[in-house]
Ligand binder design. Structure first.
Ligand code: SAM
Ligand code: SF4
Length: 362
């Protein structure tokens, strides 16, 4: 298989007209004048997850190693570059952008970026995923800047356990953040919980109860093998979404729902509550067939798939090649042909994806 660099170079060459799309990869329809992004499997790409930092104030055991080296400042996209990328994607038909990281709230002047993006004509939703640690002081500003929806990660409602899973987190700060978000007017906030056997799988019903009390949705996420961690064996702590659903159904009646928030969650409703429970099941229920997403890392790598390393180096195009918006658009359209049909995660093998989730942009 050609290296990432070779593919990237060929994409740049195609985008700039220096080469024609003549290898097998490029045989899929190439539509430089299309206002929409479509991949080789006819999936329309309408959702961008934009990572604004690789840094974080927590060290969740499934996401990061204890000792992390973060990117030097010059490798990180400026806020202006991030805003430009968002603008170019929206001009290509992207309707939803999620700001993520790392922890997005540790990025200085995040509200400026949110404000720039939320005003883009054609964008239907600006969302943000956060660990909530700094939300108490930032929720009102983010709302004011046009962020419409929040996902807050809470893996445990027990302070000591919360600290163990996040290594340094303070549950009370996160709960204060959720309260501030509600007071600032955020609605349908979603709680994300990664469930690990023997660690927090006994809390699933409590987490569901909590989400219902708070009028939040909740999604349970199967752990993904992104980056090599030492704290636990990912295969040994794996709990499937089906097992969780069965446990929840012992207490609550779940009604299957066809609703989607445009992400990978499969949702269920409760008969007696406005909350929904979702399952993000990269292992047990592959969601690739309906994938409408791509990611841009804070280094400016356009990643076509969570479980695959093919990428396009947007930072290089912007900084070294001096690409104008038209050239960026052409390169992005061409890069869609790199999107694989599906991801392949295997918990028994060493992770094939060496980047951690904080680098990927969750
Ligand atoms: N720092 C923010 C947070 O924690 O919400 C945003 C970034 S974080 C990478 C986004 C989501 O990815 C979180 O809900 C987190 O629990 C989840 N996540 C991180 N590492 C994961 C892994 N290896 N498998 C599955 N989910 C993971
Ligand atoms: Fe930080 Fe989010 Fe990763 Fe936890 S999951 S270490 S909060 S980036």
């Amino acid at each position: 298989m050609p290296s990432v660099r070779t593919r990237t170079e060929s994409l740049v060459a195609i985008a700039t007209g220096a080469a024609s799309p003549d290898n097998a990869l490029m045989n899929a329809p190439f539509r430089p004048n299309s206002p929409e992004l479509t991949d080789a499997f006819r999936r329309r790409i309408s959702y961008l997850r934009l990572s604004v930092t690789d840094r974080c104030d927590l060290r969740c055991v499934y996401c990061m190693a204890e000792d992390m080296t973060f990117l030097p400042r010059q490798q990180v996209l400026t806020l202006e570059e991030l805003a430009r990328i968002a603008r170019v994607f929206v001009s290509l038909g992207v309707e939803k952008i999620r700001l993520t990281g790392g922890e997005p709230l540790v990025r200085k002047n995040l509200s400026w970026l949110a404000n720039e993006i939320s005003g883009l004509p054609g964008l239907r939703e600006l969302a943000l995923t956060t660990n909530g640690m700094r939300l108490a002081t930032m929720a009102a500003d983010l709302k004011q800047a046009g962020v419409q929806r929040l996902n807050i990660s809470i893996d445990s409602l027990r302070a000591e356990r919360f600290r163990e899973i996040t290594r340094v987190g303070d549950l009370s700060a996160v709960l204060a953040g959720l309260k501030a978000a509600q007071e600032a007017g955020f609605q349908r906030t979603k709680i994300n919980s990664v469930i690990l056997r023997g660690r927090n799988d006994d809390e699933v019903l409590e987490l569901v109860d909590f989400a219902r009390q708070q009028h939040c949705d909740i999604s349970f996420i199967e752990e993904m093998p992104l980056g090599e961690i030492s704290e636990h064996d990912r295969a040994a702590v794996f709990v499937s979404s089906d097992e969780l659903r069965e446990r929840i159904e012992e207490k609550f009646q779940l009604l299957p729902s066809t609703e989607s928030t445009g992400g990978p969650s499969r949702y269920y409703r409760f008969a007696d509550s406005d909350s929904r429970v979702g399952f993000i099941s990269p292992h047990s229920h592959n969601f690739c067939a309906s994938c409408n997403r791509v990611r841009v890392t804070v280094e400016g790598r356009l990643l076509l798939c969570l479980g695959n390393e093919d990428s396009l180096d947007l930072r290089h195009l912007m900084r070294e090649e001096g690409a104008d918006d038209e050239a960026l658009r052409a390169a992005i359209i061409a890069a869609m042909q790199l999107k694989p049909e599906r991801h392949h995660f295997d918990l028994q093998e060493r992770p094939q994806i060496v980047r951690f989730m904080n680098m990927t942009g969750g």
